[in-house]
Design a binder for this molecule. Sequence first.
Ligand SMILES: Cc1cc2nc3c(=O)[nH]c(=O)nc-3n(C[C@H](O)[C@H](O)[C@H](O)COP(=O)(O)O)c2cc1C
Length: 139
Amino acid sequence: MIRQVVYLSTARNPGSDADLTAILDTARAKNGDKGITGLLAHGGTLFLQILEGTPEAIDALMAKISADTRHRSLRVLQDIMVDERSFCGTTMAARTLDPDAAHLIAARLRNGMLPATTIAAVLGDAAEAAFGAQVLKAA
Ligand SMILES: Cc1cc2nc3c(=O)[nH]c(=O)nc-3n(C[C@H](O)[C@H](O)[C@H](O)COP(=O)(O)O)c2cc1C
């Protein structure tokens, strides 16, 4: 079983490509060794991230991410155990985040679980081109 966390947060510097590039570089450099995979979406003032890995690896990373001053008001929308990864082989995919999509996802998650692949499907793919992300591979 794999732990999968979905959270929303508010960027300190909304729309900062420098922050986003640095975060993605770090994520891609570090996540592989820790067995973490996932997706980071950014748009407007919001980040939405999906992280998957062992419960211990997720705990350790969430502690770091929660303390990161590049964002604030982190709220976990979903924290579940799943049979398999949705982002197998992808250390950190990048997506654009339309604020309407973020609010839709948050509202849906208040009423129950949403598969990560469904969340990924409603996110835009412009960031993929802009930041040279690896192709999203849904399991
Ligand atoms: C929105 C956001 C997402 C992040 N995602 C990751 C991630 O997936 N993996 C990672 O190692 N660090 C991520 N970070 C960066 C961590 O907060 C932290 O700066 C980084 O892991 C380096 O920590 P260290 O120097 O203590 O090892 C993210 C930061 C932010 C603001």
